[in-house]
Design a protein around this ligand. Structure first.
Ligand SMILES: *Cc1c(COP(=O)(O)O)cnc(C)c1O
Length: 430
């Protein structure tokens, strides 16, 4: 594609965009600035307009039917979580009985560790990426300690090479091979939250399995952002939150994938609750846990209906848009953003480096701004660009294909240009 940094070009792209009308399905924030450019769907997705009616429907059922709401309506609360399975299958490349929603992300990470981190005296190491999201780091640290291991010894982190920002797949594979029999679990993110790097999930999974380890992924920044084939890639388990690209309300319900080869194994150890018990016998209230022979066997509690209603509303928009369309637009939109940033910075001699790898990314670009980064970010923010700042020197910008436009990207470029001109003015006058 031959991109041009002009309003005409951007508007023409928008006219040709098959997903253009999806923007109208979302509330763009009105109280932040007169005109916002919302590039923060990697942190909190916008509110789909249909969410209110989905939640109101359940509130009305609660009002009118109270406890009987468990058995009435299109989606009786008793099995509410089951309504979400099908629309998730295409987003995750998984079978319905491998997917469920429950709890929140870090809780689910710990629940998965209870099953998939079963260290022995010799096989006890966890491999993760250096600079993983802090909650994941703390989860792994506390798991290692809970099992009586020294954190520094048990949790191995793999970092980028000196002078590089992202981790090479070959280095990950070599480290896995070196850890060999000592490796109990490979626990990576699908997309690193800071750099936006998409990890080679199938290659990592294969290498982990070759050593006899389990392999799991935290897909917080991958879910709804990049193409996933969790079943085919043979991943043991994955967890994610629904409030980032999946637009399903702040603190919204978390998702879990457990590969059917594990999920159907009812003898796998786990932390159990009544919503994971054999459905036929759940209300017999008897002693002795019998796991459901699928991912539901890891559920603890009855459905969090209001959060799941918000999630269902959003998943139905994903189903309508279709992941292939979303991925195609995402690639185009993010490449346009990359082009615009390069155009704006190439003459300016203002150091901005895109550290997100071109060949392995979703929609997010992470900009490394070694000097005056915070000032640049503040200028953008004051002028309506909602991205986010990550210490010490990065700005994350995520044009989301469901609701962002090429015109958003063009306008962002204009504001970036102004910001750079402004920051350079005092330099020039001295
Ligand atoms: C956003 C995010 C979290 C947040 O965890 P919560 O339990 O939902 O607060 C955890 N891990 C990763 C990788 C994330 O990106």
């Amino acid at each position: 594609m031959n991109y041009q940094n002009t309003l005409d070009f951007a508007q023409k792209q928008d006219q040709e965009d098959v997903l253009q009308h999806f923007r109208e399905k979302f509330h763009l924030p009105t109280q932040l600035h007169k005109q916002v450019i919302y590039f923060c769907g990697n942190s909190l997705g916008l509110q789909p307009k249909n969410v209110r009616s989905y939640i109101e429907k359940e509130l009305t059922l609660w009002q009118d039917y109270a406890v009987e709401g468990h058995f009435v309506g299109d989606h009786p609360w008793m099995d509410y979580h089951k309504a979400l399975k099908k629309p998730m299958t295409t987003i995750f490349g998984a079978k319905a009985h491998e997917l469920t929603v429950m709890n929140s992300l870090t809780v689910n990470l710990h629940l998965m560790m209870a099953t998939f981190y079963r260290p022995t005296a010799t096989r006890y190491k966890i491999l993760m990426e250096a600079g993983a999201f802090p909650s994941d780091q703390y989860a792994m640290e506390s798991q290692a300690k809970l099992h009586g291991f020294d954190y520094e010894d048990a949790v191995v982190e793999i970092a980028p090479r000196e002078g590089e920002h992202t981790i090479r797949t070959e280095d990950i594979i070599t480290t896995i091979e070196q850890l060999g029999n000592s490796l109990a679990l490979v626990m990576f993110s699908g997309v690193n939250y800071y750099t936006g790097q998409v990890f080679d999930m199938p290659a990592i999974t294969k290498a982990g399995h070759n050593t006899g380890a389990y392999v799991g992924f935290d897909l917080a920044h991958a879910a709804g952002n990049v193409a996933l084939k969790l079943h085919e890639w043979d991943i043991d388990f994955a967890v994610w939150c629904s409030y980032k690209y999946l637009n399903s309300s702040p603190g919204g319900v978390s998702g879990v994938f457990i590969h059917e080869k594990n999920a159907t194994n009812t003898s796998l150890p786990r932390l159990a609750g009544w919503w994971g018990h054999n459905e036929e016998r759940r209300f017999l209230m008897e002693r002795g846990f019998q796991a459901e022979p699928n991912v539901d066997g890891w559920q603890l509690s009855n459905a969090q209906v209001l959060l799941q209603a918000a999630h269902l509303a959003s998943l139905e928009i994903f189903a309508e848009a279709g992941m292939p369309n979303l991925i195609a637009k995402s690639k185009n939109l993010t490449s346009f953003l990359e082009f615009v940033i390069q155009e704006v910075t190439k003459e300016a001699h203002f150091p901005i480096e895109i550290i997100t790898p071109n060949e392995a990314r979703g929609c997010q670009l992470s900009l490394h701004v070694p000097q005056e980064g915070k000032k640049l970010f503040d200028y953008l923010h004051q002028n309506g660009v909602i991205g986010d700042w990550r210490e010490p020197n990065s700005i994350r910008i995520a044009p989301v294909p469901l609701y962002n436009s090429f015109e958003d990207v063009f306008r962002f470029g204009q504001i970036l240009q102004e910001a750079i001109t402004k920051l350079q003015a005092p330099l020039r006058s001295t």
